[in-house]
Design a protein around this ligand. Structure first.
Ligand code: BGP
Length: 484
């Protein structure tokens, strides 16, 4: 047996405020887009359901029955974080990835900071650190405050740069002594697919954001992240600011050169574009043609490009759930549901009940590709698979989860052995939580079961699944059990 997990490797679990915290109207918090996402269960065989929020849906959500919106209750992490962190500690975790709620910290959308929120996050971060874990904190995880849409129309408005910088630097100045790793935006590359969640660009039957609006809004986020990097550099905070993408490993659907080209093109616009701007500090060579052909003409203020170049992110954060096939002509090819959007089904891969295909080698592939191009440390901030599970009081025997995590963590450690600088892995979602895409509770990812159903019935009691002890043994043995 070999010891495979490096001594300094960050290992543990991940959750996000908008899916776990609940307490949507407590502690001075205002409404977020996540709070307006109703329960929309996946129908087997159907394409991916994505949150589609327009002005009418947001207006409805302001006054509708709060029980219709599961993320408002989450799994009550707001009140139960001590118990949940005890479980993470018991597993031997050395890291916990979580997010701040912008709507809790700056509920009015005018830069005024809510002292109650700072007090809450003080207690939370202390509790993480006291249990021997490194907090990895995301500043914006799919939960833009609705007030920023009401007042500014979302990220197409340049004013959001200053507001975000105030929000982010307030937190970095306050918690930077305890939090080393910061993530600017969760899965920034998903925004073109679900622009409501972070950009605050609403979609309705009548109108969807144009590419001009999407990329202008993204430009503002890029500059905002670089401005936070500038603050860190000027104030000598000993923290790292990371960019995060949802990793898409793209394979050609056939050996036709046109399909290989389609896969390469997809990889460029879905992954590299975001990493080039934020981790290398410049728009990539292929952006100009893409913008020209999609009627995008960015408004770039004086100094923006210099700021991007001077203050790149210092690590890459990534989620990885599945790979995807690409074809020059996808017509007639079978689709399967996947993360955020549907994908062409790969006949060589199994899938979970939601149609998300399972491909651990795709993760090793992606990590090697990143290392080759960017030469920056990488943290896998999310990886997992949703399964339906019913508790009858006895321990849930989730060997399917053990198989999934074992194969993916092995792929990460293989990448480390390949020479890739992967410095951490946090499993999504270490404790069952509300699904991002469908707001289902019954799509469970955790090593810990939470007694709550899709309608919010249940005690919210936590209980360990069999995978909990297995994951603890992985950490205890520094990965040796993965070989066993
Ligand atoms: C990622 C999100 C997470 C998480 C995960 C699983 O895109 O960053 O918040 O939820 O996907 O997706 P889902 O919850 O829809 O199954």
């Amino acid at each position: 047996m070999t010891t495979r997990i490096p001594d300094t490797f960050l290992i543990g679990g991940a959750l996000a405020a908008c899916q776990a915290e609940g307490a949507w109207n407590e502690g001075g918090k205002s409404l977020t887009v996540a709070d307006c996402a109703p329960f929309t269960p996946h129908i087997p065989g159907e394409a991916t359901r994505t949150l589609r929020l327009g002005p009418a849906e947001i207006d409805h959500a302001r006054t509708a029955d709060p029980h219709l919106f599961p993320k408002r209750r989450g799994v009550d992490f707001y009140h139960r974080f001590e118990e949940d962190l005890d479980l993470l500690q018991e597993m031997g975790s050395t890291a916990f990835r979580y997010s701040f709620s912008w709507a809790r910290v700056m509920p009015d959308g005018d830069g005024t900071i809510n002292a109650q929120a700072l007090d809450y996050y003080d207690r939370l971060i202390d509790a993480i650190v006291e249990r021997g874990m490194a907090p990895i904190m995301t500043l914006s995880h799919f939960d833009l405050p609705v007030v920023l849409i009401d007042k500014y129309g979302g990220w197409t408005n340049r004013d959001l740069i200053d507001l975000y910088v105030t929000y982010a630097t307030t937190l970095i100045d306050r918690y930077g002594d305890r939090v080393k790793y910061w993530v600017a935006f969760n899965e920034i590359n998903m925004s073109v697919k679900t622009p409501e969640k972070t950009l605050g660009l609403l979609r309705s039957e009548q109108s969807t954001p144009t590419e001009q609006e999407l990329f202008q809004a993204l430009h503002h986020q890029f500059v905002a992240a670089a401005r936070v990097g500038e603050h860190i550099a000027r104030h000598g905070n000993h923290v790292q600011l990371g960019n995060m993408i949802g990793l898409f490993t793209a394979y050609p659907a056939t050996s036709k050169p046109e399909d290989a080209w389609a896969a390469d093109e997809a990889e460029r616009m879905q992954n590299s574009f975001y990493l080039d701007v934020l981790n290398r500090g410049r728009y990539p060579y292929f952006a100009e043609r893409y913008f020209r052909e999609h009627d995008v003409s960015l408004v770039i203020a004086d100094g923006d490009l210099e700021t991007l170049a001077a203050y790149p992110c210092t690590f890459i954060g990534a989620s990885y759930y599945t790979s995807a096939l690409q074809a020059a002509d996808p017509n007639g090819l079978e689709l399967t549901s996947s993360n955020v959007v549907s994908a062409i089904r790969n006949p060589h891969l199994p899938a979970n009940a939601w149609g998300w295909q399972i491909d651990p080698l795709g993760l090793r592939w992606a990590l090697n590709t990143l290392a080759h191009t960017y030469e920056q440390p990488v943290i896998i901030l999310e990886n997992g698979s949703g399964f339906r599970e019913v508790s009858d009081g006895s321990t849930i025997q989730d060997d399917y989860r053990v198989d999934y995590v074992a194969a993916h963590l092995s792929a990460v450690l293989d990448a480390v052995a390949d020479g890739v600088q992967v410095i951490g892995y946090t499993a999504w979602s270490v404790i069952d939580t509300i699904s991002s895409s469908t707001s289902e509770m019954e799509k469970r990812y955790g090593f810990v079961y939470v007694d709550q159903d899709d309608q919010g019935n249940g005690t919210l009691n936590r209980s360990k699944k069999a995978s909990f002890d297995w994951f603890r043994s992985v950490i205890d043995s520094r990965g040796s059990v993965l070989d066993g």
